[in-house]
Design a protein around this ligand. Sequence first.
Ligand code: DC
Length: 241
Amino acid sequence: MCKPTVQYLPIMPADPSLSAVRVITIDGPTASGKGTVARIVAEKLGFHYLDSGALYRLVALSVLRGNIPPDDEAAIAGIAATLPCRFEGDRIFLAGEDVTDVIRAEATGIMASRVGALPAVRQALISLQTGFRRPPGLVADGRDMGTVIFPDARLKVFLTASVEARAERRYKQLMGKGFSGNIVSLRQDLSERDERDARRDVAPLVPAADARTLDTTHMGIHEAVSQVLEWFRAIRQPGNC
Ligand code: DC
């Protein structure tokens, strides 16, 4: 077994003036609703939005299409370092092709979790992610936004929900996009993915020490959004920054 050869360094914004740009991080397991919550929070605040999972999914799609062995760390890191992606509104392009829906397939998500366990791939995606930090602010969702990529974020949220609730949500999401799915195998896939994301050596899925946890098992999206906005506004109170 190869051990990681790449040192995973703490991230500092490339341009020090950007460290003043406020960031909200929303991390959590797959299908916890963090993408939807993060997108709405960003819209309401007029902030930029980073869906970091989409970057791992784009790498995964390239790996699947190129028949690249999923343990060929150097080749996959090369893909990540030169990812020809573009984000336009809510559409995501890879080499000019609109892959917004294609990357949501379950097989791509599972491969994303595998490539996300490779340290050189994580390293290669860092500058792409930190580049999203632009005025007036950023909402970033993923697994390591608060722990690794934006450790100085103004507000860190860890969004969770029971595996049953998440399987149900993922099932509806897949059906809505015209994919097929089976709730029992989805539940199994989610549990395995949680396990792999939480146990990897580098940037595992764990709440940041200063993150606030929000369990959305019995909560609608709008309630979750309101809670995040309330936390953010409380931090912004004068004398409470
Ligand atoms: O959030 P998502 O389901 O689109 O993410 C797909 C996979 O990508 C997830 O299982 C693990 C990986 N990922 C990661 O390792 N780090 C991130 N910041 C985001 C996603």
